[in-house]
Design a protein around this ligand. Sequence first.
Ligand code: KG4
Ligand code: ZN
Length: 338
Amino acid sequence: MRVLGIETSCDETGVALYDGELGLMAHSLYSQAHIHAEYGGVVPEIASRDHVRKLIPLLDECLREAACGRSDIDGVAYTAGPGLVGALLVGASAGRAIALSLNVPAVAVHHMEGHLLAPLLEPNPPEFPFVALLVSGGHSMLVEVAAIGEYRVLGETRDDAAGEAFDKTAKLLGLGYPGGPALAIAAESGDPDKFSFPRPMTDRPGLEFSFSGLKTHTRNLWHKHSNEDNAQADIAAGFQKAVVDTLVIKCRRAMQQTRCGHLVIAGGVGANLQLREALSRAGRKYGWGVSYPRIEFCTDNGAMIAFAGYHRLLAGQFESEVILAKPRWPMKDLGTLR
Ligand code: KG4
Ligand code: ZN
């Protein structure tokens, strides 16, 4: 079975073709980040309109790359949520229309399930069960994954997501959008120990996160020291180290609690090299296997949606003639494959 995946939940338009036997055949991605940069964050209406412009040309590009025609598509998977409703509706309507015109099934995919399964697209994929650290612009959570479709959320953020904290802090420091990569670059020339930062929620038991206090702490530091030499880089480095340390501590707890031997990192913040290195080091020290998707599959893409959708379609799951867009879609409401 060959599945077309469509991702339009935020500011990336992604299309991919995944084949059950051949694996990922092709994927095309277009990032709108440069358009939103001018506004310092994603403007939902602009995002929707740009998805409308880019989706079909990207689909054609992807099919060309895979040397396939539209009639080679056996099923369609589109991101139905969570995300920006207007942006989601573009991919959902196009996906449903393509499925209808080809007389093939279409399935609504949960964006975070896509992220969570992205490491399985790599060579030597992790074996089940594993613990997944999902850190994106909208979510931070630890999930125990027994199998595809069998997820137990171990802890979530109480306020800002990790990526959101990166984005807001980068904005505060005048580093532009998207904030995560910009802050990581600025941090390279900073001293992470110049200022002290808290490691939020690590002084009490539990697997929940909270990043808003760290954000406030960073704002206060910036207001006090912004005129000092190298303050921007030093604060960026200290902030990044605090987030990384906090995530490592929580991952270690989750691994102890579940007695799982493998950790998977996914979502946009998973592209952060300091985080990847710190978790690999922790894995070596404590004896866990650690996997991540390639950098371009950490952030939003169509390949992870095609892959997640392929498994749901294979299990016989699809929706008939509805266009689903669910801006809020708690992961606990996601059905199993059976
Ligand atoms: O998964 P994603 O593409 O979109 C959502 O589902 O939200 O994640 C985007 C988030 C943004 O907050 C972005 O700043 C962050 O991931 N991000 C990073 C890095 N690359 C992207 N954060 C830290 N370091 C990076 N290198
Ligand atoms: Zn995402």
